[in-house]
Design a protein. Structure first.
Length: 125
């Protein structure tokens, strides 16, 4: 998925966990020449001090006509990668985000993260 010039998001896996969760794992790479710092667009409504995360990610089950948001813990912190402040040129950072799992009959969903094009991804597990 392409984002700002030189920034590419790759989804490596979308796994349905036994506990009713769906975990998306991947990486975000800065293929540009400058330091990338526009990471605040990726966050959700954060309650922690850093406020930088991939909590703005969503999944859409088009067949089920439902949107899923990143899960939160009991203190309203996202179950996702946090603390992202910058990505150096040529560097990649890993990311993950957990969502409620769609029905077992759903085999693919659309993954979105603000500033990136959306992509249809297959669910395993």
């Amino acid at each position: 998925m392409n984002g700002d010039p030189g920034i590419v998001l790759t989804v490596n896996s979308v796994v349905r966990d036994a506990g009713g969760f769906l975990t998306v794992n991947g990486q975000i790479k800065n293929g540009g020449t400058g330091v990338f710092t526009k990471v605040t667009a990726w966050r959700g409504v954060e309650k922690d001090a850093s406020g930088t995360s991939v909590a703005g990610a969503t999944l859409v089950d088009k067949a089920g006509k439902k949107r899923y948001y990143v899960l939160r813990d009991t203190e309203a912190r996202c179950l996702c990668t946090t603390g992202i402040t910058r990505i150096e040129p040529g560097s990649s950072i890993p990311f993950f985000a957990q969502f409620p799992a769609p029905p077992a009959s759903t085999t693919e969903v659309e993954f979105s993260l603000p500033t990136f094009a959306s992509a249809t991804v297959k669910i395993s597990g």
